[in-house]
Design a protein around this ligand. Structure first.
Ligand SMILES: Cc1ncc(C[n+]2csc(CCOP(=O)(O)OP(=O)(O)O)c2C)c(N)n1
Ligand SMILES: [Mg+2]
Length: 280
């Protein structure tokens, strides 16, 4: 089978991968002295489930095979997480991770398509990834390639109107192989979502747009895997998994502190964070 990662890891392995990804994110951003550690920590379990839980059909030895499943990091500022995952999956040497945000490095602050194998889209300008994902679905339909497309959205990102255009279009085009995962950490850059521009009632909004909706604890890998499996069986509807998460998850003094958005930990904070990630 082309998917090298199907059933390779059990739940304990996956939790270990998640822990190591948090350490990588911490090191990448602290070395760079900038970046988005809290946005990356928030979605660690989501990407662990997708890439290493046997959900995504991919092969780093043949990264652009036409029939591959696609993962699009629509909240592109969580690039450190994506890079950590792609290195772990074998797309490139993990030494590259320590060049985050350096001039001319392929691991820029936001993902750039064409600079690294496994990066499916240039993102960072929020709001575009769901439309890109739908485009892949419609292209796959024309080419008779039944691949699945996964798109990770931020909750602040869902304040962008293009998300809702894509939501409407995906239902209209019966994009049942499209799965969005919403990293619902309740914060965006400048404060709580409920204050900046509230999204609730969120599940019923997506349902009314014609999507299959499931809500899960976004740090529970087993629950995420179940939800990702049911998202493969939606009849004709696209699916969204609303994953309730904690921004900064794993490091107590970063959790829910939106002033850490776009701020790296200094070396002293990073040492405390490392202890917590390892032992908490
Ligand atoms: C179109 C656009 N507007 C504004 C920004 C600046 N920006 C970067 S991250 C961010 C907040 C995103 O919040 P959310 O989607 O909730 O992500 P997370 O909480 O996971 O960091 C904003 C406003 C941007 N990158 N793109
Ligand atoms: Mg958020």
């Amino acid at each position: 089978m082309e998917n090298q990662h199907t059933k390779e890891y059990d739940l304990e392995d996956l939790k270990g991968i998640a822990r190591n990804l948090r350490l990588d994110i911490l090191d990448m951003t602290t070395i760079a002295g900038s970046g988005h550690p809290s946005s990356s920590f928030s979605a660690v379990e989501i990407l662990t489930a997708i890439y290493f839980g046997g959900i995504l059909n991919f092969n780093p030895d043949d990264p652009w095979r036409q029939g591959r499943d696609r993962f699009i990091m629509s909240k592109g500022h969580a690039a450190p997480l994506l890079y950590g995952v792609l290195a772990k999956a074998g797309y490139f040497d993990r030494q590259l991770l320590w060049n985050l945000r350096q001039i001319d490095s392929p691991v820029q602050g936001h993902p750039i398509q064409g600079m690294l194998p496994g990066v499916e889209a240039t993102t960072g300008s929020l709001g575009q990834g769901l439309s890109l994902g739908l485009g892949h679905i419609l292209g796959g339909r024309l080419n008779q390639l039944p691949y699945h497309v996964y798109v990770l959205l931020g909750d602040g990102e869902c304040e962008a109107g293009q998300i809702w255009e894509a939501a409407m279009a995906a239902a209209h085009f019966k994009a049942h192989r499209l799965t969005a995962i919403l990293d619902y950490n309740k914060f965006q850059e400048t404060g709580p979502i409920s204050r900046e521009m509230a999204l609730e009632p969120l599940a019923s909004k997506w349902e009314s747009f014609g999507w299959q909706v499931e809500e899960v604890d976004g740090h529970d890998i087993a629950a995420l895997l179940n939800a990702l499996e049911s998202a493969k069986k939606t009849g004709e509807r696209p699916a969204i998994i609303i994953a309730h998460t904690v921004k900064g998850k794993g490091v107590s003094f970063v959790e829910q502190d939106f002033t850490f958005h776009g701020r790296a930990l200094n070396t002293e904070q990073a040492e405390k964070a490392r202890e917590e990630i390892l032992w908490r």
